[in-house]
Write a protein that binds this ligand. Sequence first.
Ligand code: ADP
Ligand code: MG
Length: 226
Amino acid sequence: METLLQAVGVARTYGSGSGSVQALKRADLSIPAGRLVALRGRSGSGKTTLLNLLAALDTPTEGAVYYKGRAISSLSDSERTLIRRREMGLIFQSYALIPLMSAYENVEFGLRVAGVPRREYAALAREALDYVGMLPRMKHRPFELSGGEQQRVAIARAIAHRPSLVLADEPTAELDSRMGLTVIKVFKDLVRDFGITVLLTTHDPAIIEIVDHVYTLEDGQLEDES
Ligand code: ADP
Ligand code: MG
């Protein structure tokens, strides 16, 4: 089984001296391609810290992160940004859609950021919106959509450029449980239909039941629950 994402002895301390916070203690993790993986833990346990390191948004204080066998944690800022934009899709708790843009324009903007040729925008954006069931609402702006619908548009934006890896930080935290499960079902479908790897953080027990693999964080200490 091909390993898509790997962390070896990864640690992150914020600040220095007496005011420093050890948010993540030396952690090892290995995620094969084509899996739906959850990272669970209480608030403040270090979930966002670890996700940001895996997304190459942040660099570890110790250890290394490998993406497709390449040590992305030691690349320059611009190289990391390029890999993240082209090969990954990021999803956040509060959707992070651009308010003045329609659903379609939000997805199209994501394609532009990912460096996709302009002539491919329309087909890829429509395909992604259709996949999450939001094509009929593509002209609507975020404020005209429910939370679950906004998150589905955010997923469309994250997958339109066909990334290998989707990282989602508490994607269902602001949704009721029914809408949350609809969103998780989209993730499951992505894994099944395209072999995309999805790593999400959550503390919802219903989601933990559905995923392929669970890692747990407690006070910055990562445990593998397999
Ligand atoms: P979670 O996502 O599980 O709620 P975080 O990764 O956000 O946890 O935070 C883990 C710990 O690191 C917390 O104690 C938090 O206060 C601390 N922390 C997070 N970001 C910073 C930062 N930029 N500077 C200092 N401390 C931080
Ligand atoms: Mg967090």
